[in-house]
Every structure is written in structure tokens, then in C-alpha cells.
Design a protein around this ligand. Sequence first.
Ligand SMILES: Nc1nc(=O)c2c([nH]1)NC[C@@H]1CN(c3ccc(C(=O)N[C@@H](CCC(=O)O)C(=O)O)cc3)C=[N+]21
Length: 286
Amino acid sequence: MTARVIDGTAVARRVREDVARGVEKLLAEGGTAPGLATVLIGEDPASEVYVRNKRRLCVAAGMADHHRHLPGDVDQATVAALLDELAADPAVSGILLQLPTPEHLDSEALIARIPAEKDVDGLTTANAGLLAQGRPGLRPCTPAGVMTLLEEYDVALSGAEAVVVGRSVLVGKPMAQLLLAQNATVTIAHSRTRDLAEVCRRADVLVVAAGIPGLVGADAVKPGATVIDVGIHRGEDGLHGDVEYDAVAEVAGAITPVPGGVGPMTIAMLLANTLTAATVQQGRAS
Ligand SMILES: Nc1nc(=O)c2c([nH]1)NC[C@@H]1CN(c3ccc(C(=O)N[C@@H](CCC(=O)O)C(=O)O)cc3)C=[N+]21
């Protein structure tokens, strides 16, 4: 048996088309175009590629691009002042501080300056708290994108065993919360989990966001399970995830490829969050 391939590129395109229609509707109703401020610090080539893609797709969806690029040796106070300026600017609906920031900066203190209603990454303590309490708020883009993929492919979650490998603030923890909100039985596994493969084999839905290339092999997957690979690693022979794709595709019922799986969804959900933020800020229901 070979797994169904979950096409994140196609679903992301549909989400972006929905966002573009939402922007047109907002304008037709007398609103103003949503604006996304991407803040990039330093010269990391991978970060530059991601931010360029975010900006390009933001403009393609009819939104305004408020990009800011700061030198890698910028001090904390200068970044803080820029974030405060963007927070106060009514043309800026969403603020994304590209991570990781250089070592000498305190990224948590910087994120804390982003108002919750402009936090399109869903990273502030306010939005994390709202998610934990099951209340409306802006959700982190990667986990939100995974939920959209599961929904599009009719993956049943209520009562299902879901295992999330990874406990980061950006992905693992919010992922677990979103699955829990859909009534999955959620286990969070991580680098200290005893017998990781055995824990993973319980999963009907296995989300791997550990940041370790090839961590999950076929021995860790229940036949027929849905496997979502959040990992992204740049090798000499191209991009790879946290899952041994070829072997796992022989066992799983459905699987996301890398590239073309979760990655494109992250950007699509960022645009969706920016539209939601603008809609709320302009006093319209979302
Ligand atoms: N504040 C913040 N928010 C983020 O959401 C954030 C971040 N910082 N820092 C870095 C990570 C990584 N990330 C990706 C976005 C798109 C792809 C993506 O489009 N991937 C394509 C491949 C693109 C390529 O060729 O590199 C794919 O998987 O098909 C991947 C990874 C967002 N991140």
C-alpha cells in the first residue's frame, strides 16, 4: 500500500485565493487593504527566502507590504522602537518578527511588544493563553495550516489518538491544543520520551515537529495512520523533513511531502491571519 499524498501546495493556493477574495470584499465594503509588516534582522539566507515569499504572496493577495530589514548588529532598543512604531501604525494590520533573531537580542521581550490583535504569528502570551483556554484569537500559522490540511483531507479527529512529536512554543504546544480542541486524545512526545517509536505507533494522526532529520521511520508508524511532517532541513540533495518519507509512505494512509506539504500552508495561514486581524481592527465581524 502507498499513502495518499497530502498536497499542501494545492490547499495553500486555495486558502490564498479565499484570502484574496476576502480582501476584495473588505475593500468593496469601504474598508482598507490589510497590511503585513515583516521584520527581518540580519542576513540569514534561509530567512531571507522565507520573508521574500511571505511578502510576494501578501502582495499577490491584495495586501500592503510593510517590510523592514534591520542590520544583524542592531540593538534591542532600536528593534523595540520599530515594533512600537508598527504597533501604532493603523495601516499595519499584522506584524511578523522573523525568527530566529540574532543571539544578542531577547526575542521574547521583542514579541511581547506586538499587540495581540496584530500578532499574526500567534506567538504572544495573550494569544497562546486564548488558545489554551479555547477562546478566539490569532493562531500560530504552522499548526493552523496542519489543521486545515487535516480538515481538507477529511481526517477524523474526534476520539482519535494524536501524537505530536515536539514541544516548541511555535509549533508543538499550539498543535497539541488545536488537536485537543477537536476532541483528539493528544500525546506530546519529545527528545526525552522513552521509546519514542512505541508512543508514535499509537497514533492515528502523527505530527512530527522535532527538527531532527529522519527522526520518524516506518517502525514508528501504525499502518494507515496520517503522518504530518513539519520538519524542514536543507541537504545537498534538496529539502527533507523529520520523517523518512519513502519508507513511511509504504505504511501510512496519508502523508505530507517535504517540500510541498506543511511549508506552503504556513504562509497561507499567515495571510489568512492578516486578513482576520485587519477585519477585526476595522470593526467588521470576522
Ligand atoms: N516569526 C516566524 N514565523 C514563522 O512562521 C517562521 C519563522 N519565524 N521562522 C522560520 C520558520 C520557517 N517557516 C517556513 C515557512 C514557509 C516554508 C515553505 O514555504 N516551505 C516550502 C519550501 C520552500 C523552500 O524551498 O525553502 C515547502 O515546504 O514546500 C517553510 C518554512 C516559517 N517560519
